[in-house]
Design a protein around this ligand. Structure first.
Ligand SMILES: [Mn+2]
Length: 214
């Protein structure tokens, strides 16, 4: 399952789209997917958005446009940010004094009405699992393609996995408690970093090479 933010960035959006479209797995739309098909008039022009769109075919963009914001697959609920927003973190609060794990009551409030025992989210790029007192498990599998970033939108903050590995998670079980395997995959991050630099994003280049954004 794919929690969104699939293609945006200075790397290989068309090649990524081809892989994901062929996989045909349950996928929700992230905010960075949405901005690729929404009208951008009124917002400041983004060279990275323009780069990404220059590489994508109409079929790639149509695939993004058709992605649902949230999805129920069996007994699993998928959202990118929270059930109501693709730009809010479910598991973290960013306050301007840094980023903190969200309180259980704060997470519980966001998930009011979600009855699935397993809830998957993305958006903050941090591999994490939180078990609510009522037994529901929330898993953020981490980010395959961007292990750290700085967000300058207020409140400005950084998110950091701490190493450049690509991340995903495997969740099994469901008859009792879930098991979560959190995977960190080594790959040629120097090549990815070089590509980001060539495509005009020295900040992404540093994040990809180190998994740090400070
Ligand atoms: Mn996002």
């Amino acid at each position: 399952m794919n929690l969104g933010d699939c293609l945006y960035g200075p790397l290989e959006p068309a090649e990524t789209a081809d892989v994901l479209m062929a996989l045909g797995i349950p996928t929700v739309c992230g905010n960075e997917d949405r901005i690729l098909f929404q009208n951008s008039s009124g917002t400041s022009p983004s060279p990275t958005r323009a780069f990404t769109l220059s590489r994508l075919s109409p079929a790639h963009v149509a695939w993004l446009r058709a992605l649902p914001a949230t999805l129920v697959a069996g007994n699993v609920y998928l959202c990118h940010g929270t059930p109501r927003s693709d730009t809010q973190y479910l598991l973290h609060d960013s306050t301007g004094d840094g980023v903190a794990l969200r309180t259980l009551s704060g997470i519980h409030r966001e998930l009011d009405g979600i009855t699935c025992p397993l809830i998957l989210c993305g958006h903050d790029h941090i591999q994490q699992r939180i078990r609510l007192p009522d037994g529901r498990l929330i898993v953020n599998p981490g980010s395959v393609g961007l292990p750290a970033y700085r967000d300058d939108d207020p409140p400005a903050h950084v998110m950091e996995a701490g190493s450049p590995h690509a991340r995903y998670s495997i969740v099994t079980g469901g008859t009792g408690e879930w098991n979560v395997e959190e995977i960190s995959v080594g790959y040629d991050w120097d090549a990815a970093s070089d590509r980001a630099r060539r495509n005009g994003r020295p900040d992404w280049a540093a994040w990809l090479r180190t998994g740090r954004a400070t």
